[in-house]
Design a protein around this ligand. Structure first.
Ligand SMILES: *[C@@H]1O[C@H](CO)[C@@H](O)[C@H](O)[C@H]1NC(C)=O
Ligand SMILES: *[C@@H]1O[C@H](CO)[C@@H](O)[C@H](O)[C@H]1NC(C)=O
Ligand SMILES: *[C@@H]1O[C@H](CO)[C@@H](O)[C@H](O)[C@H]1NC(C)=O
Length: 256
């Protein structure tokens, strides 16, 4: 499972350790600020009513006062105890089975996904899609979401993925509509995919999401156009829990 940088471990006699504390804290601070992977910190100066990155994407009028405000709003759904109970119980097997069928089909397709793929699910909530990947044999699969759900999902913001460049062979997401910055959402997927890696997105085209959606996709080209370092493998109609379109892209091998 891919992990963010491990913190340095110290085994020192106590008095020495005490003496070293000021020095070590500086060192730690320095290593946090300078070592890879670089979780491209979200710039708080970014506009909170972003201009759409494409004429095919409509941004919702949200009126967030700060980026933290937007995160709190998103967390509200992710942490809703009633929804979490449904996701973990009556929803769980139905969703895992459906995801597993979809991933097995991608794997049998040859070059898109294999048991050996290092896979990431972006915005995975409790991790049904991660469980499905592992179920079909993709053992090195993990998810990120604003709230962690161990052991399947680690904490991470899709606008600033906590992984180094070129980490994953495969990324899946069905939360594009939650992105306040759709272009950054896509750039982060392209950054953490290795050259030749595959991105699979399930989206709703021309259909309104829920009150947690930050954007509406009016035409699939709005999404495809944001992938500047990838080529479309295929776009197809699917029936995936309210989402109707599957977009598969591959990061160019000679991507700059
Ligand atoms: C979170 O949800 C609760 C209950 O639905 C609501 O009262 C509250 O205003 C919401 N907070 C945010 C930040 O959306
Ligand atoms: C992939 O893993 C699944 C589940 O463990 C297994 O049934 C399948 O044979 C594996 N495929 C290959 C090509 O190893
Ligand atoms: C990671 O990729 C981004 C662009 O995708 C680039 O700007 C950055 O310099 C890269 N970081 C490293 C450490 O290579």
């Amino acid at each position: 499972m891919p992990t963010a940088d491990a913190k340095p471990r110290l085994h020192l006699p106590r008095p020495l350790l005490l003496l070293l504390i000021p020095f070590l804290s500086l060192l730690l601070l320095y290593s946090y600020s300078s070592s890879p992977p670089p979780p491209a910190a979200v710039d708080v100066a970014v506009p909170l009513s972003p201009t759409p990155p494409s004429p095919h994407i409509r941004m919702r009028r949200a009126g967030f006062r700060s980026y933290e405000d937007y995160l709190r709003h998103q967390l509200n759904k992710t942490l809703d105890p009633r929804l979490r109970r449904v996701w973990a119980t009556r929803d769980w097997h139905r969703k895992v089975d459906a995801f597993a069928r979809a991933f097995a089909a991608l794997r049998d397709d040859g070059q898109l996904l294999s048991n050996a793929s290092r896979a990431l699910c972006v915005g995975a909530r409790l991790g049904q899609e991660v469980a499905a990947l592992r179920l079909v044999g993709v053992r090195d699969a993990v998810g990120i979401d604003l709230a962690p759900a161990p052991p399947l999902v680690v904490k991470g913001d899709f606008h600033a993925q906590p992984f180094a460049n070129d980490t994953f062979d495969f990324e899946f997401s069905n939360v594009f509509d939650h992105a306040l910055y759709p272009d950054r959402f896509v750039a982060e997927i392209e950054r953490t995919l290795r050259p030749g890696g595959v991105a699979v997105l399930h989206v709703a085209v021309h259909r309104r999401g829920d009150k947690y959606s930050a954007n509406d996709l009016l035409d699939v080209q709005g999404l495809v156009g944001l992938f500047r370092r990838s080529e479309v493998v295929r776009i197809s109609k699917v029936d995936a829990f309210g989402l109707d379109t599957e977009v598969i892209l591959r990061k160019k091998r000679s991507s700059p």
